[in-house]
Design a protein around this ligand. Sequence first.
Ligand SMILES: O=P(O)(O)OC[C@H]1O[C@H](OP(=O)(O)OP(=O)(O)O)[C@H](O)[C@@H]1O
Ligand SMILES: Nc1ncnc2[nH]cnc12
Length: 170
Amino acid sequence: MDFASYIRDIEDFPKPGVNFKDITPLLNNPEALNKACDVLCGFASHMHVDKVVGVDSRGFIFAPLIASRIGAGFVPVRKSGKLPYTTISESYELEYGSETLEIHTDAIRKGEKVLVHDDVLATGGTASAVCKLVEKLGGEVVQCNFLIELTFLNGAKKLNGYQIEALLQY
Ligand SMILES: O=P(O)(O)OC[C@H]1O[C@H](OP(=O)(O)OP(=O)(O)O)[C@H](O)[C@@H]1O
Ligand SMILES: Nc1ncnc2[nH]cnc12
């Protein structure tokens, strides 16, 4: 399937100079949505995964679908102030700003195998902050998987040592 034909480029969003990859046309098409989910699950078919961590907010679209299909639990990592129970946090820089992410302290147990999912890997700031949160709780990141990797922003370098998979690379 030509997944790239379902990704729309939006120039200068959310800031001048950023070419935003809009995934909503892919989500809007039932066949593309289902097949994209198949591929993302396929990336993890050879490994045991206890938890799939999805990143607020676009990471929440596929992460629970992947978790449900592969028989893992889903863990939301949220922007600060949104999670109600005890949290730990990490601050980071991303392609167009800076943010703080939080995770519930009881979301991952020591030794659990964790798949980190997000829609886009750009500079890698977000995903590397998520990996730090998982590891602070004693989890082992077995894969970071994305719908889209923007290779020219070198996010993979920031995730050095982690297995990275992406459905589409630009
Ligand atoms: O690799 P990076 O440079 O860190 O960028 C990638 C992150 O940027 C986007 O999230 P954003 O913070 O825009 O939030 P959203 O999902 O709520 O739109 C995207 O969904 C990733 O989480
Ligand atoms: N260029 C981009 N398009 C969509 N999401 C992003 N997150 C960070 N950079 C992005």
